[in-house]
Every structure is written in structure tokens, then in C-alpha cells.
Design a protein. Structure first.
Length: 184
């Protein structure tokens, strides 16, 4: 909130940054209807400016799309991510938080082509470390090491992560940030 009023993107640049921010946080191709739903959760009304900005981002190569069965899917490109990463902090912090909340339910590791890996290492004092990693074409998303007392427990952690990477990822985000919206 600024001066008691809800923040809204005011310029075309603000809208472009918001679109890139949302697509970057969702992390995988999202259909046009879902993108509109997320946008509507962020702003009270959608204008034609959003479609115009999305079109410009497509023309500039910062957003990519593909038509699958008559449905258009959008995703951020590597150049869009590189260009906008420095600009995300220019969004109002409260609005950025609201936007993250809107994207949290669409964040996915399994839908994004993310590679997950696990391993169990034994320590010198006969404890065991479950190592969980996730990376995509942009690089490492997270790496987590948990030391536990038994090999069975470490293997169970690795198995759970391999079977349900999205749930573990959201749980880690919730634990690290304290923001319950990651669990939705």
C-alpha cells in the first residue's frame, strides 16, 4: 500500500515487468486463460494495455508462446529473464507479495521440465545426509541437505521428494519465508 491506496502498475513498463515477474515465478508454460486469472488476482481490472504489453514482449523475444490444440501457452524466455531480473525490485513490495501469492498455486517443478535429483551420503559419525536438488535450463532452483539419524529416514526423504517434488518445493518455500500462500 502506498498512501493508503492499492498499488497498480501505471506505465506500460510496469505492466511488462509484472507480466515477466509472473511468468518467471510460474516457471513453466501457462495457458492464456490461466495467465489472465493470475493477472486478475493481482489487479482489480484488466485493460487492453495488458494484451498490448504481452504482444510487445512477444515481439521483443522476452516472452515465447506456442499453440497446442488451439490453446496458446506463454513462458518467459532467457532474454526476458535476464532483462527483467534486475527490475523486479522496482515493483511495489506489497504488490510484489500479492503477485507472488497469486502465482504460488501455479508454481510447479514437475510441469516445468525441472530435473530433480537426490542422493544419500553417510557422515563420519554414522549419520546420513539426504541431498535434494532441483534445476532447470536457467540453473539451480534449490539445493537442500538434511542430516538425519538413519539411512532409512534419509532414503524416505529422497523418495518423497522424487515422488512429490512440487509439494516439497512449496513446503521449503513456506518454511523459508513463513508465507502460507506457498502451501495452497
Amino acid at each position: 500500500m502506498r498512501n493508503g491506496k492499492e498499488y497498480k502498475p501505471k506505465t506500460m513498463t510496469d505492466i511488462k515487468i509484472l507480466l515477466l515477474f509472473l511468468l518467471d515465478n510460474i516457471r513453466y508454460p501457462v495457458d492464456a486463460d490461466t495467465l489472465r486469472k493470475v493477472l486478475y488476482e493481482c489487479v482489480d481490472t484488466l485493460s487492453l494495455d495488458y494484451d498490448e504489453c504481452l504482444g510487445k514482449l512477444l515481439d521483443e523475444g522476452h516472452v515465447l508462446f506456442d499453440d497446442v490444440g488451439g490453446v496458446r501457452y506463454y513462458m518467459i524466455s532467457a532474454t526476458g529473464r535476464a532483462l527483467s531480473a534486475e527490475l523486479y525490485d522496482t515493483l511495489d513490495p506489497v504488490f510484489r507479495e500479492k503477485s507472488l501469492k497469486a502465482t504460488a498455486k501455479y508454481m510447479s517443478l514437475s510441469g516445468s521440465g525441472t530435473e530433480v535429483s537426490t542422493r544419500v551420503n553417510e557422515t563420519s559419525d554414522r549419520r546420513f545426509v539426504a541431498v535434494l536438488k532441483a534445476k532447470d535450463e536457467s540453473g539451480e532452483i534449490f539445493s537442500l541437505s538434511l542430516t538425519v539419524n538413519s539411512k532409512f529416514e534419509a532414503e524416505a526423504i529422497c523418495k518423497n521428494f522424487s515422488e512429490k517434488p512440487d509439494s516439497v518445493y512449496r513446503g521449503i518455500l513456506f518454511s523459508a519465508t513463513g508465507k502460507v500462500n506457498f502451501l495452497s
